[in-house]
Design a protein around this ligand. Structure first.
Ligand code: NAP
Length: 298
């Protein structure tokens, strides 16, 4: 069990290391977030689906920042058993978690179904993170954690399509992506509401339009849109700034549940403030995940 560690600042003065879990750190925004937080002394747990990429990043972090408190854990968000196993492993290793960054995500040109029977946009961007967060909840509470969901302005294209969350009638990559980024905003709001009295803060954010591997698999119109946006894209380092801000800035309590852009509280779509939809999503998520959830609902 890794108890909270302490680093010497000066003789006799110690600062506890923050323990931070991050998904999707093997590329783009997540990679820059991991590097920035490692440079600030966070102990990092990289939850990755590609162990080789995770180990390479661990080495890169050690080379660039000198921080060797970096650990690689297997976690494929599109495989719910893998998510549960990762949470179990962390629960055995750690006493508490101070930051959870639900960053991994993607958009899928064609409709795909994962091995648990869920549509890939839904499980990768939202449902896998719901399971991870819920199964880590005792550790998150012990660490008075901040939970940070990387959402997107694309949520403004999204509607909660509860009658067909799996897009089995007709599939649109952008609509499915928009809906699931809306869900990550709902999720942060619900976490803030349900767990504020346990010391949890939860946020969602838009990182900007960022030059990363995001959308690399798109074809046709999607590819053209990405190419058109390309000259206006910010760097992954700039794209990580709002996540790093939410992970490190003091006194964010009054913003609990809020959506951020450019390190500032920002306006969501009107539908993202719809409490009945948000509550409905929570109930559905718990039902869909009942085989994998470890802790009872609140
Ligand atoms: N780029 C933008 O303009 C933009 C705008 C708004 C929001 N976002 C959001 O920002 C977040 C980061 O995206 P990015 O732009 O940095 O894209 P990226 O370069 O494609 O990085 C995506 C990360 O997610 C990981 N990932 C994907 N599927 C996974 C799975 N099933 N299990 C575990 N990890 C998985 C990838 O792992 P591998 O390395 O193994 O592929 C990679 O580390 C996403 O949530 C995205 O929706 C991006």
């Amino acid at each position: 069990m890794h108890k909270s560690k302490k680093v010497p600042l000066a003789k006799g003065v110690y600062m506890a290391l923050k323990t931070t879990i991050i998904t999707g750190a093997t590329s783009g925004i997540g990679q820059e977030t991991a590097l920035a937080l490692a440079a600030q002394g966070h102990a990092l747990y990289l939850l990755v689906r590609n162990i080789l990429k995770g180990e390479q990043l661990k080495q890169q972090i050690a080379d660039k920042t000198g921080n060797k408190e970096v650990f690689v854990i297997n976690c494929d968000l599109a495989d719910l058993q893998s998510v549960r196993d990762a949470a179990d492993e962390l629960s055995k290793k750690l006493f508490a978690i101070n930051t959870l960054i639900n960053n991994a995500g993607g958009i899928f040109e064609e409709r795909q179904i994962n091995k648990n029977g869920f549509e890939m946009t839904f499980v990768t961007n939202y449902l896998g993170h719901f399971l991870l967060t819920q199964n880590l909840m005792p550790l998150l509470q012990k660490g008075q954690a901040r939970i940070i969901n990387v959402s997107s302005e694309a949520h403004k294209m999204g509607k909660p399509q509860f009658d067909d969350l799996q897009w089995s009638q007709s599939y649109s990559a952008f609509k499915a992506y928009g809906m699931n980024k809306l869900f990550s905003i709902y999720f942060a709001q619900s976490l803030a509401e349900k767990f504020a009295d346990k010391g949890i803060l939860a946020f969602s954010l838009h990182p900007g339009v960022v030059k990363t591997e995001f959308g690399a698999g798109l074809k046709g119109l999607g590819k053209i849109l990405m190419l058109l946006a390309s000259p206006f894209m910010i760097s992954a380092e700039q794209g990580a700034e709002t996540t790093v801000f939410l992970a490190t800035a003091p006194r964010l309590d009054k913003y609990n549940g809020a959506y951020f852009k450019k390190k500032k509280k920002a306006k969501t779509s009107a539908i993202a403030t719809d409490t009945p939809s948000r509550n409905k999503l929570w109930d559905i998520s718990e039902k869909l995940l009942s085989r994998y959830l470890v802790w009872p609902s609140v």
